[in-house]
Write a new protein. Structure first.
Length: 104
C-alpha cells in the first residue's frame, strides 16, 4: 500500500478540474499539487455518500483491490471513474479511505 493523496471536499472552483458525470463531481489532479491534495467539488445532486462530500479522505495505491477490501466496511464498491483507474472507498473508524489500482 502506497500513499497517493488526500482528498478535500470544497465548494470552491479550482483550476484544472475534471468533471465526473456519473458522480456529479469536479475533481483536481493530486499529482499537480505539491502537497498531493485532490480537491473534490460536488454538485448538489451528487449521489456520492455524505462522508465523502463532507470529510477529507486519504488514498492509497494497492496491488490487490479484492484483498484490501476483504472484511472492510465498504462505503463505495469498486468502480472506474476514469480510464486506467479503479477505486473503492471504505470507512475506517467512521472516516473515508480510498484504495486505488492504476492500470495505465
Amino acid at each position: 500500500m502506497e500513499f497517493h493523496h488526500v482528498g478535500m471536499p470544497t465548494e470552491t472552483q479550482h483550476e484544472g478540474e475534471t468533471y465526473l458525470e456519473a458522480a456529479r463531481l469536479f475533481v483536481t489532479d493530486a499529482a499537480a499539487s505539491p502537497y498531493k491534495i485532490e480537491w473534490l467539488r460536488f454538485e448538489p445532486e451528487s449521489p456520492m455518500p455524505e462522508q465523502l462530500k463532507t470529510m477529507p479522505h486519504v488514498a492509497y495505491v494497492v496491488q490487490d483491490m479484492d484483498a484490501v477490501l476483504e472484511g472492510q466496511d465498504i462505503l463505495i464498491e469498486p468502480f472506474e471513474p476514469m480510464d486506467g483507474v479503479k477505486v473503492a472507498f471504505i470507512l475506517h473508524d467512521g472516516a473515508p479511505v480510498e484504495f486505488m489500482t492504476l492500470t495505465e
